[in-house]
Write a protein that binds this ligand. Structure first.
Ligand SMILES: Nc1ncnc2c1ncn2[C@@H]1O[C@H](COP(=O)(O)OP(=O)(O)OP(=O)(O)O)[C@@H](O)[C@H]1O
Ligand SMILES: [Mg+2]
Length: 369
């Protein structure tokens, strides 16, 4: 079974035609609502959006900000993550490309088509940084967006890992200022498309229940590949039918793990190792709760997590992969979601494992207990 040569090339982006079309059709319309892109861990949300940005027509100008790269514990961390005072560097780059002799920040952004931080003159940044008033930061960004629009371009604002600012407080939660800004860009001014990405299903649940977002938000699920897509993906790399079955059985449609499976020198060993790793991670979480107990915070109140109820909850997945949210103890669900064991889809109202390897690991653990 392991006669396959090691691939010299890396794994290419595969499929996502349906999701791409869904997002493109939103981009073709006037901005109306905030789009939340959610899904299990490593399902390929970031990769999909990056791929899309890279292939957008030139009349779109994308501001893509990923909050993953740094710790985000204060409003100032957020400002540092979204703004770039060293924009003169970008100006030089543009000039070197001899596109047009442009001078202003807005012109430069329009020419670039894609930026990862918002250029800002040092003086303005220092003022915004001192004031601690998110509104002023958003006024600056809105101005930039208006100018992009004036140039006849279509601005798109994308923020990845939005949950990272979920708990930041500054006269109340920063996230509400962010939502207000997004509503202004979309529902009110129809000036800029907004996409927010997150794999934290508890955060998405909070967003989904948020009164201020009712009727103002759209939810796009980027799930693991389905069975057919998984097999086509594997087929592309000459994985035999038999191994396709095995891979789907152990890894479901998780692109990242499938890619590692394809590239593994010894695929059986890779499967064994993955199960072992996942088992030991989950066992350690359970052991911790059994010995020391734990709690989960909901609306600033702590709720104790019971080891027995965790086991009972996991047992619900012995025969079925998916459960309706009502069938699952809410405290256990939140705890297991926070530990990346379960994935809860509040839009479609079900709970499942974060991955298929997880499910297999849990089933083995339950047999051993
Ligand atoms: N469509 C795809 N085709 C091939 N490989 C993919 C695809 N989507 C994702 N991958 C692989 O899976 C890895 C994880 O994807 P990505 O980081 O985009 O997932 P994510 O959903 O954003 O993860 P997170 O939940 O951590 O935010 C990528 O580095 C890439 O190797
Ligand atoms: Mg991501």
């Amino acid at each position: 079974m392991n006669t396959t040569k090691k691939f010299e090339h890396s794994i290419e982006f595969f499929n996502r035609e349906r999701e791409k079309e869904e997002i493109l059709s939103i981009l073709r319309q006037e901005p109306r609502e905030i789009n939340f892109i959610y899904g299990p861990i490593n399902s390929g949300k970031t990769t999909l959006i990056q791929k899309l940005i890279d292939n957008l027509p030139k009349d779109y100008v994308v501001i893509y900000i990923n909050l993953r790269e740094r710790t985000m514990s204060s409003y100032k961390d957020f400002l540092e993550a979204i703004f770039d005072v060293r924009y003169e560097g970008i100006l030089t780059k543009i000039k070197n490309l001899v596109i047009r002799q442009k001078e202003t920040v807005d012109d430069v952004i329009s020419e670039l088509g894609k930026i990862h931080k918002i250029p800002i003159p040092n003086g303005i940044f220092t003022r915004i940084f001192k004031e601690e008033k998110p509104k002023n930061a958003f006024i600056y960004i809105l101005d930039i967006i208006k100018n992009i629009k004036k140039e006849g371009k279509k601005p798109v604002f994308i923020i990845d890992e939005l949950q990272k600012i979920g708990d930041i407080k500054i006269d109340g939660f920063l996230i509400y200022d962010v939502f207000n800004f997004f509503i202004r860009l979309t529902k009110e001014l129809h000036i800029c498309h907004v996409f927010a990405l997150s794999s934290d299903s508890l955060f998405i649940e909070r967003v989904y229940a948020e009164a201020m977002l009712q009727g103002r938000a759209n939810y796009i699920l980027v799930d693991d590949f389905d069975e057919q897509t998984t097999k086509k993906f594997l087929e592309k790399y000459n994985i035999s039918k038999e191994e396709q079955e095995i891979a789907y059985n152990y890894f479901g449609g998780k692109p990242r793990t499938l890619a590692d499976y394809i590239l593994a020198n010894d695929r059986n060993k890779y499967i064994e190792q993955m199960i072992l790793e996942r088992k030991s991670e989950i066992k350690s979480i359970l052991r911790d709760v059994r010995e020391f107990g734990d709690e989960i915070k909901v609306r600033d109140k702590g709720f104790p997590v019971s080891y027995e109820i965790l086991l009972e909850t996991l047992k619900k997945f012995k025969e079925t992969e998916k459960r309706n949210s009502d069938e699952i103890n809410e405290t256990a669900k939140r705890y297991l979601v926070s530990k990346n064991i379960l994935f809860a889809d509040c839009v479609k109202d079900y709970v499942k494992q974060q991955s298929r390897i997880n499910l297999i690991a849990i089933r083995e653990i339950l047999k051993e207990i």
